[in-house]
Design a protein around this ligand. Structure first.
Ligand SMILES: *Cc1c(COP(=O)(O)O)cnc(C)c1O
Length: 373
């Protein structure tokens, strides 16, 4: 395959020398979990995003699960309460809700952004609603003043799934005045899974917030429910970050703006060079709003397009082929009618996207796409 959807080897190549050196430091340092590299990463995340607290977790799903669990421990939510979630998202967003005994209420995406349609949120609010979950899907910030107003009017928390959009900014400030995704709402879950734009070399995640009480509970929950050794306030889990991953992330964090800038160049080159009436291109939004975790096109004959590209040496992936409410694990929601999410699941296709793609690469891929008939 000339153009795999993503080569992690190539994506990490620019950082390998630095990462090997820091790996040796960590190994020799003799402290491997929640040590000084993790503490430094938490500080740097706060500084970058413009939030007050960051708690490193074992992975992104745990970050989302634990932030909701912390709200339950603090009495802000109770099992059975409703959380509004986008119908067009990765299943992990919804798993975090149901894992806590909370009830997902699916709201359709906007056809322009594929993100939660904020104009449909208010009609989904009931007396049991406690939060709105926004997912910055494919790297595009999902945020506007209408969302804040609805949350305000009904006393709802806004929780962010920021697994895909590290470094994206909104043109509308968040609840505390910050502009970065991950610091817009009341709390956010981040993922550093290797394929994300800020990717570790293993599982890793974080919760970010301005709420000290919430951050403290998340930190305890990820450590068996214990803030003081051998004293267990909560029935917690083990979800902590390795120092090795934190050390790698500290290196990659230094370059994240440059990484995102190059992704934007790749995305613009795709948008300028793909021209095929069968294929609908994604919209960039305002400057900085999209960090292009994925470049996702739509095509009515998606499966045929995918096979054609594969045969021509272009690797693609589908994000995502089955919406959460149609999954076998969510039989109770299978009968819901969410036509746009369902249509997107049949039409979306993610082209190769990484900062290592050159202009020539993009033009070659685009010309293959343009010949699809
Ligand atoms: C990757 C991802 C997650 C889960 O993160 P992990 O680190 O893989 O557990 C959650 N939500 C979305 C939207 C994701 O893309």
């Amino acid at each position: 395959m000339k153009y795999p959807h993503l080569s992690l080897q190539k994506a990490n190549e620019p950082y390998m020398a630095e990462m090997k050196a820091v790996a040796a430091e960590v190994i020799e340092g003799g402290w491997y979990i929640r040590g000084k590299y993790v503490a430094r990463l938490e500080e740097q995340l706060c500084q970058y995003l413009g939030c007050r607290y960051a708690v490193a977790t074992g992975n992104g799903l745990d970050a989302l699960r634990l932030m909701l669990r912390a709200y339950i421990e603090l009495g802000v939510m109770r099992p059975g309460d409703e959380v509004i979630v986008p119908s067009n998202t990765y299943v992990a967003s919804v798993l975090a809700v149901t894992d806590n005994g909370l009830v997902p209420v699916f709201v359709e995406p906007s056809a322009d952004t594929y993100n939660l349609d904020t104009s449909l949120v208010e009609q989904a609010v009931t007396p049991r609603t406690r939060a709105i979950m926004v997912v910055h899907l494919y790297g595009r910030a999902c945020w506007d003043s209408r969302l804040k107003e609805v949350a305000d009017r009904h006393g709802l928390k806004i929780v962010e799934d920021n697994a895909q959009a590290f470094g994206a900014v909104s043109s509308v400030p968040g609840l505390q005045g910050a502009f970065h995704t991950g610091a817009l709402g009341d709390v956010a879950g981040l993922s550093f899974y290797p394929t994300k734009n800020l990717g570790a070399l293993g599982d890793a995640g974080a919760v970010t917030t301005d709420d000290k009480a919430l951050a403290d509970v998340v930190r305890a929950l990820g450590n068996y429910g214990s803030a003081v050794r051998y004293v267990n306030e909560y029935k917690g889990v083990n979800s902590r970050m390795d120092d090795l991953q934190a050390a790698f992330l500290l290196i990659k964090l230094k370059y994240i703006d440059e990484e995102n800038r190059r992704r934007a160049v790749v995305a613009r080159a795709y948008t300028e060079s793909i021209c095929n009436e069968r294929i609908l291109l994604p919209q960039a939004g305002e400057s900085g709003e999209h960090i292009w975790h994925q470049y996702v096109v739509r095509c009515a004959e998606r499966d045929r397009l995918m096979r054609y590209l594969e045969a021509e040496g272009v690797g693609t992936l589908i994000h995502y082929p089955i919406p959460p409410h149609k999954q076998q694990c969510y039989r109770e929601y299978n009968a819901l009618y969410l036509p746009l999410a369902e249509q997107l699941a049949h039409e979306v296709l993610s082209l190769p996207m990484s900062s290592y793609l050159t202009e020539d690469d993009v033009h070659e891929i685009a010309s293959v796409v343009n010949r699809f008939a």
